[in-house]
Design a protein around this ligand. Sequence first.
Ligand code: PLP
Length: 386
Amino acid sequence: MGNRTVYLDNNATTAVAPEVLDVMMPFFKEKYGNPSSMHSFGGKNHKYVDRAREQVAQFLNAKPSEIFFTSCGTESDNMAIRSFCDRNGGRTRLVTSVVEHPAILSTVEYMHRKSVPLFNVEVDNKGLIDLDKFRDVNIDKHTLVSIMWANNETGVIFPIKELAEIVKSKGGFMHSDAVQAAGKVKLDMQDVPVDMLSISGHKLHAPKGVGVIFIREGTKIPPFMIGGHQEDGMRAGTENVAFIAAMGKACELASERMDEENKKIQAMRDRLEKELLEKCEGAVLNGDKDQRLPNTLNISFEYIEGEAILLLLDENGIAASSGSACTSGSLEPSHVMRAMGLPYTLAHSSTRFSFSAYNTEEDVDKVIEVMPGIVEKLRAISPFVK
Ligand code: PLP
């Protein structure tokens, strides 16, 4: 294994799969033409965009005409919310959960500052949404509900099918941020009646800088990015053929491999979880144990600081996270841990290990070897322990 980094931060980003990289390379070399060009040198690249659209459509069990390429999950989330608000000419009401990624939270707050009414759905101490309470939420034909498929920090999976059915029964519209769910759980647009869905390439072994928004046929929203005619006029900007082809390939690979890989990933995650809970004093699992992505382990080590844990893990060549990538620059406990009502001393020490198929049993061994010592060392200097 040598000095290889033990990379356990796959909810932040993943490695580009070698098969995906192979698909991309020709577009940086000989196939650099613009797919919208009249000449065949560029125009023939259009078939790669079409192919990728089919691959993503198959992955989501959707129609190719319902797939639009964007630059990232954040853009897809912005488009869903801001374009929906635009279409409604000031009548929109927004509903979201308190544990969304900042890509949703900041966007709904932005719209709320522009006078769009906003309702926040709470979670319980396991990070779950109460469906019965959700049934009472005020939803009408002007309402967009945006609830994530799976949480990036805890891995908790929401019952999107049931939530979407409730929303549709009241005539509302449903968007789901499935950025963390894609490639980890099956996303079937024929089975789950969401109107819009966001996914992002770099969470499933495509590069950073490409995303997708699924917009169900018949859901009318105006474009978010205005300009040329690309993406059926829904998302202007010269197509990034290399990244779009990469997204298509990554989705194809995920469709083929997900079930098999999940078994291996979950076995590693479960072993790490069991050993850390046993070997580290004051270790507590965050998020529901069962309704959870197979790759995510979020664990708190009472009385110690998450940032300090990350530094010592880093010194040992282990990359993990203390919450979402976007909050790890600050010392505030994550909004997800606070929403779950974790006491201060636990919320601050929340640490996330997130796996991909590229992890090995040796990676798990390494964390199990160093973590109890890190906890002991930090607890000895903790101001909260007498
Ligand atoms: N939504 C969720 C749940 C995420 O975890 C992330 C990234 O961490 C995003 C949205 C943003 O995706 P992107 O980095 O592609 O903009």
